[in-house]
Write a protein that binds this ligand. Structure first.
Ligand code: NA7
Length: 558
């Protein structure tokens, strides 16, 4: 029941965010469990990441036929993707189609941010405060805030004095930005820079790219999808989706052919070449040891370095673009269209700011090593306060008024990347400690939403009013997440996975790297064991779930 006394409105669940996670969560709780649900969304439309990231060239690096919901056979049969990798406008159209098709909009409050949320222990409910001054209560609070939604601009001296327009790739204006005839600075060469630079360079009079760290990028080999390709996938959707759900990354790349260290050189080169020509991030799955063995990694890295040198005509520029400071794949691999070739254009200048950082920004441009690069516009492609940023932006207070951001001051602590001890009835979709950003987000989102829905249904069926992760279960899960990460090369990179792009942020490898399929199995087992590792309270008692927490949370496999 929704109860409104004019000031406070009560729901069964409040969801934060109307991206792909929030929309599906709403649908499941409302349509399958019959709950009364309110979604708060700070944008004035659905789509989350794809609502905000409207920069030129913005495109998903997972193939469109699989970067889409699988929960509705009708939806996946009727929607027509047009290109192998979907553009941001096409993904946003899809998000809007889903919102309309399933009648989601009436339950979403747009242009509304949640400032804070407090757990009321006497009532076992959350009280949520929004920036429109309203107060809402709900038994469950579910965050669907996205992993890359807190955009970040470094604090460059003098940046406020710049005379022209500035843009952040993750907060791009809704109206078209026309760079025709203009001199544009792009700061940052992560995925957003790498996707936008070729498109901006094709339009602008001149582009100056300020690069601190070169990244590895593989060609997308994007193009229109043929009718036959679409038909073939649609005919086999169920099997393909199921394969993705139990795969390491939630996608369907060709299986690795063996160890890069053991295979003969001609075999491994042929394999890499074939994957390179085919395009996409599946290139990274050629061998079993790329992510765990430095020597194996170097084989793959060197192949990519050779491709960069092959494409870029000026050896001095190629040399600047060749990544050497991190093993390939330990920073998110970029997937591009014509990125390296763009440096052969006359209207593109590459400025390395590795040895000589950006000194300051003046009214007329960007100063590096005493030299002013005059520009009309500045594009900040400088990334996000990833994963914890959007959660810490909300003042979430659990038992005894403890703030989540205080609990996480030395790094995020979660059980299964879904719950955090001391924050009962709070579920966090694709939070730190889950595969999230290391996977096809659509697969991980659906898995979390389904698991949370089942947990809430279980609570309802068993008279549970409060469910909270057990601290021991959480600690054991955190140890496992770290242990698995330390078996890989990932912690060697100063990446946003590690929090390394934000000065002062604790260096903790945040996502769970044990694989989407293995992780799903562990979550399913926790559910099958009556939500092992959670303390469930019924209306008149608090009891640990069926197995005690101390036996519980160490996963069966990694
Ligand atoms: P990323 O991948 O975090 O890239 C940000 C870029 O901005 C990266 O090249 C940074 O260099 C650069 N940067 C950040 N601060 C500075 C300063 N102070 N000076 C110069 N350059 C700077 O963000 P994206 O938006 O491109 O991509 C995020 C994810 O979205 C991506 O991985 C996909 O999953 C989709 P650095 O490497 O830190 O030296």
């Amino acid at each position: 029941m929704t109860v409104s006394d004019g000031q406070t409105t009560d729901y069964d669940a409040v969801i934060v965010g109307a991206g792909f996670a929030g929309m599906y969560m709403l649908k499941r709780l409302r349509d399958d469990l019959g709950l009364n649900v309110r979604v708060f969304e700070r944008g004035d439309g659905v789509g989350g990441t794809w609502y905000w990231n409207r920069y030129p060239g913005a495109r998903c690096d997972v193939e469109s036929l699989f970067y889409s919901y699988s929960f509705s056979p009708e939806l996946q049969q009727e929607w027509q993707w047009t290109e192998r990798y979907p553009t941001q406008p096409e993904i946003l159209r899809y998000a809007n189609h889903v919102a309309d098709r399933f009648g989601l909009r009436p339950d979403i409050a747009f242009s509304t941010s949640i400032d804070s949320a407090r757990y009321d222990e006497a009532q076992d409910r959350w009280t949520v405060y929004t920036d429109d001054g309203l107060v809402t209560t709900a038994q469950y609070l579910i965050t669907a805030v996205g992993c890359l939604s807190a955009s970040r601009v470094p604090d460059f001296e003098g940046m406020e004095t710049f005379g022209g327009p500035t843009y952040h790739t993750g907060r791009w204006p809704h109206e078209e930005v026309d760079f025709t005839g203009r001199r544009v600075a792009v700061i940052g060469t992560g995925s957003s820079g790498i996707q936008s630079i070729p498109v901006i360079a094709a339009q602008a009079a001149h582009v100056t790219v300020f690069q601190r760290t070169p990244n590895f990028s593989v060609p997308a080999v994007n193009g229109p999808l043929s009718g036959a390709e679409i038909e073939q996938t649609k005919a086999n959707y169920e099997q393909l989706r199921q394969a993705a759900r139990i795969s390491p990354t939630g996608t369907n790349p060709a299986a690795p052919i063996g160890s890069a260290l053991e295979l003969p050189e001609d075999v491994r080169t042929r394999e890499m070449k074939e994957r390179w020509d085919y395009g996409g991030a599946g290139f990274m799955s050629a061998f079993i040891d790329t992510g765990v063995n430095a020597e194996a990694n170097e084989v793959v890295a060197e192949f990519v370095r050779d491709r960069i040198r092959e494409v870029v005509e000026r050896p001095d520029i190629a040399d600047l673009l060749v990544p050497r400071d991190h093993p390939i794949g330990t920073k998110r691999i970029c997937v591009d269209t014509d990125y390296y070739a763009t440096y052969n254009r006359d209207n593109v200048t590459l400025v390395s700011v590795r040895e000589t950082p950006i000194e300051r920004i003046t009214e007329r441009g960007v100063v590096v090593a005493g030299e002013l690069y005059e520009v009309d516009d500045i594009v900040y492609a400088t990334g996000f306060d990833a994963m914890t940023g959007p959660l810490n932006a909300i003042d979430i207070r659990g038992v005894d008024g403890v703030a989540l951001r205080e609990k996480w001051v030395a790094g995020p602590r979660t059980y299964l990347g879904i719950a955090s001890a001391g924050f009962p009835n709070l579920f966090m979709i694709t939070a730190p400690g889950s595969p999230s950003v290391l996977s096809n987000m659509m697969v991980s989102i659906e898995q979390h939403v389904d698991w949370i829905t089942d947990h809430i249904a279980y609570a309802r069926d068993h008279g549970v009013t409060r469910t909270d992760a057990d601290p021991t279960a959480e600690e054991n899960w955190g140890d496992h997440v770290n242990e698995v990460a330390n078996m890989t090369l990932y912690p060697r990179a100063a990446s946003w996975y590690m929090g390394a792009n934000i000065p002062g942020k604790p260096r903790v490898f945040m996502p769970y790297i044990g694989g989407v399929g293995a992780y799903r199995q562990m979550c399913d087992q926790v559910a099958a064991d009556g939500y092992r590792g959670f303390t469930l309270k019924t209306s008149n008692d608090v009891r640990p779930s069926r197995q005690s927490a101390s036996q519980a949370p160490v996963p069966a496999e990694s």
